[in-house]
Design a protein around this ligand. Sequence first.
Ligand SMILES: C[S@@+](CC[C@H](N)C(=O)[O-])C[C@H]1O[C@@H](n2cnc3c(N)ncnc32)[C@H](O)[C@@H]1O
Length: 485
Amino acid sequence: MTIEEELQRALSINGLTVSTNPEKGRCLITTKDFFPGDVIISQEPYASVPTHSSGSRCDKCFASRNLKKCSACQISFYCSTTCQKSEWKLHQLECHALKKLSKDRRQSLTPSIRMMVRLYLRRKLQTEQIIPVTATDNYKLVEALVDHMSDIDEKQLVLYAQMANLVSLVLQWPEINIKEIARNFSKLACNAHTICDSDLRPLGTGLYPVVSIINHSCLPNSVLVFEGSLAVVRAVEPIPKGTEVLISYIETAGSTATRQKALKEQYLFTCTCSRCIKVGLYEDIQESAILEGFRCWDDKCSGFLLRDPNDKGFICQQCGHLRNKDEIIKVATEVKLMEDKASASLSCGNYLEASAMYKKVELLQQKLCHSYSLDLMRTRECLLKILMELKDWEGALRYCRMTIPVYQRVYPVNHPMLGLQYYTCGKLEWLLGETDNAIKSLTEAVNTLRITHGTQTPFMKDLLARLEEAHAEAAYKQLPENDYR
Ligand SMILES: C[S@@+](CC[C@H](N)C(=O)[O-])C[C@H]1O[C@@H](n2cnc3c(N)ncnc32)[C@H](O)[C@@H]1O
């Protein structure tokens, strides 16, 4: 049996098959019905690496606590002997190569370089039969990934060639093919996934060659989440037999133009999903103007604005008022200046100063943007995080609540972002003693997150326990002897 036939056999057990489509290439298709919350497929990475940005993490599970540095290479970290042992066969080879590097070379070991080194070491271990090869875990699946080499520009090709040389210097294998490494970098760019924790904070990058068969939609029927380094794809809506499994590769809160730009830049295709085909239709123009455009000059009007054909400014499509171009530019410039200062304070860890500045940004944006604006929503998300750091629970809750109507508008039902925002809201309400509101928010969070995250992870068990606790407290408060009024 060929490796492709073996893959089809393994997938058929899960009710899946691979087919090809002239526009998209390979597609993952269901051969049975799936229901919201069902796991469609799960896979451990062929190669993975923690991010640099959020401090040191375990090379295996990405945990950031109880870390011990490998005493030989001084580069890898592990959180437990279990993680260290499970990575040992790979790390033994990696460690041998890393130890020999000069201090300068070590500085250039970005996560992408480490990831590629690990990919080649894993291939070596499988070729030499030191670790097993299975139908869903083999280098042939990496070879089958799209690389878009003919679509990328010269500058990018040069960068990949330089990175490939660095990988070769680390591995020191005389027979290594530099062109193949460069092609593999191109594969990583459009096939690797960012590994996130349950709160969707990035932890690392992983290459999951079977999950990578799944194509993109801006209105997907499935979601990709991670349990440690395990990638889990769950259905978020009923998926009948014979349907293509689709996930989103990008942040889907954005106008069609913004989403298409992101997809073209990183994944080199033009999306024609059910949201994107509406491009140019009035409905899509209106939604884009609401999410990324300006508000009406009249405070009481909730209309959206479109560019005036005479280029004097923007005209409200509800009341007909013209908002002057120069006035818009003036407020937008003030927003930008204040935002730059706020972000500088935040990166220095000066939360008090940052919160004062972002509050000014928020007020200015209210004058400039539509109430469903994504820029305004992002400022409020930022304020929410800053105020949580400052333990200003009331302020944090106020901004959290303001984001929910925008989340409801921009994310489809069963989107993890909406569930997580309800969870944050519920936790803050619980802290502030607003038990009934906490029950409502935590229930909303459970309804969404049980579908996207399953029910068995520690994260979900914690959420379910909090909801139970909130119910118990509400019942306790209702007892006559506990009536403090
Ligand atoms: C992770 S791969 C998905 C599997 C890919 N179709 C294959 O043949 O291996 C990502 C690439 O698939 C293609 N792709 C994914 N979603 C698409 C879509 N909605 N429309 C067109 N092409 C798509 C693009 O070429 C993109 O760079």
